[in-house]
Write a protein that binds this ligand. Structure first.
Ligand code: ZN
Length: 221
């Protein structure tokens, strides 16, 4: 049973909203009460499709011709929204500093060239620590990252070479000290960051509601 459903869903992995609708339809048919194992298997497949869909452009508003009921579409878009809110909250607050540390060159530049920023909406200067201020080039970079995460709330923006590559190129022109240190430090920072981001997104769950009771685990599936 799970294999059939897996096959059906594998044909529409590039249409995540439809995959969610199809899975709910399969799981909600009361005469087909499924074992907990099958239900969980289907949920896991759809959760991974939904998670991948965070990389796609933002979802639009619901329309009658869509292959999903309005309520379920709201649940799907709400999943995206919760991931977005959670990540932006993480990136712009002390949570980020706690998870990734505050010793990076971009919080501690003493190069004498790069201006620093005493207050920023996207870099939590208040939680950085005494005498630590983000460099202006970092704040500009981070604003672009936070904006990109608002569009695609996943790990993608942190590996985006357009954003980081452009920052490094500009730095190379302007400050050899920061450029050398930033190029060296950034991969470790990104590693820590992506780990934290993955944990956050994995903690946000798309809901499966309106399902009939599942059969005992040892029943036929
Ligand atoms: Zn500098």
């Amino acid at each position: 049973m799970l294999d059939e459903i897996r096959q059906t869903l594998s044909r529409i992995t590039n249409r995540p909203v439809e995959a969610y609708a199809v899975a709910l339809e399969l799981l909600r048919v009361p005469c087909k009460a499924l074992t907990r194992g099958v239900t969980k298997g289907v949920e896991d497949i759809v959760r991974s499709i939904a998670r991948e869909s965070l990389r796609d452009p933002a979802l639009g508003t619901w329309a009658t011709e869509m292959p999903i009921k309005l309520d379920d579409y709201m649940r799907f878009t709400s999943y995206h929204r919760r991931c977005r809110i959670r990540l932006v909250e993480f990136l712009a607050t002390g949570e980020l500093i706690k998870a990734t540390g505050n010793e990076w060159i971009w919080y501690n530049t003493k190069c004498g060239v790069c201006p620093i920023v005493s207050q920023s909406n996207v870099v939590s200067s208040a939680t950085l620590g005494i005498e630590k201020y983000p460099a202006a080039w970092w704040v500009a970079y981070w604003e672009r990252v936070v904006a990109a995460v608002g569009e695609t709330p996943c790990e993608g923006p942190f590996g985006n070479q357009n954003i980081w590559g452009g920052t490094l190129r500009a730095l190379k022109e302007n400050c050899a000290v920061c450029h050398e240190a930033a190029a060296r430090e950034f991969p470790s920072f990104r590693g820590e960051l992506v780990k934290a981001v993955t944990k956050i997104i994995d903690g946000v769950r798309i809901p499966f509601v309106g399902l009939p009771k599942t059969l005992a685990a040892n029943s036929s599936s």
